[in-house]
Write a protein that binds this ligand. Structure first.
Ligand code: HEM
Length: 482
């Protein structure tokens, strides 16, 4: 009966469900990728399912990706989908609280702050933070919980590089608690309900106010004392001006800094955590990374640098493969604000539906990737890339074999861990640099192997897809570095 109520001859097919409010919540929630794939086999790339009373319409496959990421602003909106979650955390006047044209300018400011000179300066900082952090791993051998350790390490390295010395200095104290409270307010529940009378919502709002005040204080001190010799994002944003001649306000800068933290922290730490789990599962991959460093750099004690990282394709491919098989973001969402026709003309998706893209589905599609569930970094060597680009009709010259980044410009690409189109990630170069520097440093000092718990499954209850905890590895300190 319910389905008939929804019936609209032009709307996409609906996945059957028993209870209207919950819809497909259970099958979807248990393993979203399996759910997406099974229903794709039944209904094709475009279908609707219900969850918590919302109509979610999937756009799958290369054509679905392209439709989703290049949809017209007049019909499809990111801010309408994300504002409930993000505005209380980031604050007003930025990102999804402004017209898309303003976001585009703000993104240009963020992107331009990650210059090659800044990235060059970041590598030694990340290496040093990592070396200091791993001194906590005592003795010759021991066990660490990877999700927590990598979250700490990624926060330390991001604070040291992007967020400014002042934030790094306060990280061991108040700022870490504030980050934690903001995180607890950035969950799937917060996506569904802007405000609930819960302690986590109260703490989220209090943390936003306090962290913003900390940034405002940093900004006014820097305005008085000068901003010289700094390579962090704050220093860059302080010099940015909109096209209409207005400078970014301190309030906007503070909110952008919080937005960058939320966008970059979990994505990078999930990727680093999965990478370390795969290295522990297959220790020969870590051997390869060490051999590559010895071959290219002459030893394991040569300081890492921006230039050195470019000469480590095995490391690069490892990160690319982690992002294929375990992308941290598996659901990207928009809201339909005007009925929109799905390519092929078969369906018109009504206003009020949420569109959902899951590049994770194409990234593990057996018709596109050979043996897709196998973690195989070697598939990204140039020849293999060309072959796979050709097999899916992507021009091989759209693939940049340069520094660490697989920049497919086409939203039709089956490999989109950073999204595509106007909302595409601006943090990719930084993320690669950070993750590679951390991993290169870790394998110099340690061997890793899994505990008897083995390889953890993905935890689909979180906003970002981390390994289920405890995700443990055993580290063994290596005797000599060469
Ligand atoms: C957007 C993934 C790291 C900042 C995105 C999107 C994805 C993504 C899938 C598109 C979202 C959408 O279309 O709705 C990732 C992954 C990362 C990563 C997998 C690490 C491995 C970072 C970092 C930063 C960052 C380190 C900042 C320093 C942003 C920003 C956007 C974005 C500002 C734009 C959002 C928009 O335009 O709506 N990212 N990201 N990301 N990311 Fe990242």
């Amino acid at each position: 009966i319910e389905q008939r109520v929804l019936a609209d001859p032009h709307a996409p097919p609906v996945v059957p469900y028993l209870f209207p409010f919950f819809g497909s919540m259970i099958t979807f929630g248990l393993d979203p990728i399996k759910f997406f794939r099974e229903n794709q086999a039944r209904y094709g790339d475009c279908y609707t399912f219900l969850v918590f009373g919302r109509r979610m319409t999937m756009c799958l496959g290369p054509d679905g990706n392209n439709f989703f990421f290049n949809a017209k602003l007049s019909h499809v909106s990111a801010e309408e989908a994300y504002k409930t979650l993000t505005v209380p955390v980031f604050g007003k006047g930025v990102v999804y609280d402004v017209h898309n044209s303003v976001l585009m300018e703000q993104k240009r400011f963020m992107k331009n702050s990650l210059t090659n000179d800044s990235l060059r300066a970041y590598v030694p900082m990340i290496e040093e933070e990592t070396s200091q952090y791993i001194q906590r791993w005592e003795g010759k051998t021991g066990t660490i919980e990877v999700v927590q350790s990598m979250a700490e390490l990624v926060t330390l390295t991001a604070a040291r590089t992007l967020f400014g010395a002042e934030i790094r200095a306060q990280l061991d104290e108040r700022v870490a608690d504030l980050y934690h409270d903001l995180d607890n307010g950035f969950t799937p529940i917060n996506f569904l309900f802007e405000n609930l009378p819960l302690e986590s919502y109260r703490r989220r709002d209090a943390a936003h106010i306090e962290l913003k005040a900390i940034y405002m204080d940093i900004l006014s001190k820097r305005e008085d004392l000068g901003n010289e010799n700094r390579v962090d994002i704050i220093s860059h944003l302080m010099n940015c001006t909109y096209k209409n001649g207005e400078a970014l306000s301190h309030s906007e800068i503070a909110s952008i800094m919080i937005a960058l933290l939320m966008a970059g922290q979990h994505t990078s730490s999930a990727t680093t955590a999965w990478a370390l789990m795969f290295l522990a599962e297959r220790p020969q991959l870590a051997d390869e990374l060490r051999e590559e460093q010895i071959r290219e750099l002459g030893g394991l004690d040569v300081p890492l640098s921006f230039e050195v990282l470019k000469r480590l394709p095995h490391l690069d491919n490892l990160v690319t493969e982690v992002l294929r098989l375990r992308p941290p973001i598996i659901e990207i969402i928009r809201k339909v604000v005007k009925p929109v026709e799905y390519p092929g003309g078969q369906y018109v998706i009504p206003t009020g539906h949420y569109l959902m893209s899951s590049p994770a589905v194409t990234q593990t599609d057996p018709n596109i990737y050979r043996d897709p569930q196998r973690f195989n970094p070697a598939r990204w060597f140039a020849d293999a890339k060309k072959e796979s680009a050709a097999s899916i009709g992507t021009a091989a010259d759209e693939v940049d074999y340069g520094f660490g980044v697989l920049r497919t410009t086409s939203a039709r690409s089956p490999y989109l861990p950073f999204g595509a189109g106007r909302h595409r990630c601006i943090g990719e170069p930084f993320a690669y640099l950070q993750i590679k520097t951390i991993l290169a440093t870790l394998v110099r000092d340690f061997d890793f192997k899994l505990t008897s718990r083995g390889m953890p499954a993905p935890d689909y209850t979180k906003m970002f897809i981390l390994p289920q905890t405890p995700a443990e590895v055993i580290y063994t300190r290596r005797e000599a570095k060469a």
